[in-house]
Ligand binder design. Structure first.
Ligand code: MRU
Length: 331
């Protein structure tokens, strides 16, 4: 493999390293993800996470496995196991299907990495054109350089608008239960010097009532053919709030997140995680041991709550999405 590097992923030509996102923002610890079994565990415990990044990382792990002499049978079973590591983000399945069909896995993994960087640029170009000087913009979860091989989806758009000199202020939802907003988006925003304020998820309504939010930008783990989309749990609630307060609401995603095989949001599989993640975090527990808890990791926002979808190739209104534009673009 040729060496490559992004904010959360590094290949030195022999070994694939992933930044352990569970340790951020306090420690920058790099772990070996060269073996597919190790990568599956890293993906499942969200050491490597974000829809595009898990596809890129799984592909790079498979390519390194081949480089180290994996047999065709071992490659095929590792590819199937990686594909099933997390169920909602379709980028993982998209990348594994490409790797399964690839004649040259190393070249294919490299291409997937480079393509993701370019897709982020496309989203940044189209999304930043929507943003006006002086806007307050709410975002949810982490959608930046940590979640992709490039500058990100929704956060990449915000970064580009800031670089263009637009005076934006970002409000970052902390994103219960695993705090991707509080730990990861806050870390990226501070590194980038983008003016921002962290809020708990339950403060978004008040912020909108007070007129502080002019736009909402979020990422997506899977966009259905009709424009319904899955994203980190809590996104649907933000979309409902945005509609009530008349705030434009935009998912931002690369085409690799669109799944035309899902006719609508009801067909998107939703990952359910360990209820212990709701009762506490790390070694800290605040609910009684054994208290029943529900932990869907994603929710589905219906297209009716979407103002427009920002893709790498353009911006598409809810009306266009409902009329099947995605199938005509990508089918
Ligand atoms: O469970 P995670 O942290 O992988 O969830 C990530 C998200 O929900 C992001 O918003 C999504 O992957 C799209 S942005 C890259």
């Amino acid at each position: 493999m040729n060496p490559f590097e992004s904010l959360g992923l590094r290949h030195d030509g022999r070994t694939l390293w992933v930044l352990d996102q569970t340790q951020l923002p306090d420690a920058e610890l790099w772990l070996d993800g060269s073996e597919p079994d190790a990568m599956i565990a890293l993906i499942q415990r969200l050491a490597v996470r974000g829809a595009p990044l898990i596809g890129v990382a799984a592909a790079a792990s498979l390519a390194t496995f081949v480089q180290r002499g994996a047999s065709a049978t071992a490659y095929a079973s590792a590819c199937a196991a990686l594909r099933a590591a997390r169920p909602t983000a379709v980028n993982l399945m998209w990348a594994m299907d490409r790797m399964k069909a690839a004649a040259d896995p190393e070249a294919e993994a490299q291409a997937i990495f480079e393509e993701d960087v370019r897709l982020c640029e496309g989203m940044a170009v189209h999304g930043s054109a929507l943003i006006q000087d002086g806007e307050g913009i709410l975002t949810h979860c982490n959608t930046g350089g940590l979640a992709t091989a490039g500058i990100g989806t929704a956060l990449g758009v915000l970064r580009r608008a800031h670089e263009q000199g637009k005076r934006i202020h970002v409000y970052a939802d902390e994103t219960r239960p695993l705090l991707q907003g509080g730990r990861l988006t806050a870390w990226e925003l501070m590194k980038l010097g983008i003016p921002a304020t962290l809020i708990t998820d339950s403060m978004a309504a008040l912020l909108m009532r007070d007129g502080k939010v002019q736009r909402v930008l979020v990422g997506s783990d899977r966009v259905a053919a009709n424009g319904d989309f899955a994203n980190k749990v809590g996104t649907y609630g933000v979309a409902v709030l945005a509609r009530f307060h008349g705030v434009p609401f935009h998912p931002v995603a690369p085409f690799s997140t669109v799944d035309l095989a899902c006719p609508n949001g009801a067909a998107i599989p939703i990952e359910e995680r360990d209820p212990a993640e709701v009762r506490g975090y790390g070694s800290l527990r605040w609910a009684p041991e054994g208290m029943p808890a529900w932990n869907p990791s994603f929710d589905v926002t219906p297209v009716d709550l979407v103002t427009s979808l920002v893709l790498d190739r353009g911006v598409y209104s809810a009306e266009k999405l409902r009329s099947g534009v995605l199938a005509s673009l990508l089918g």
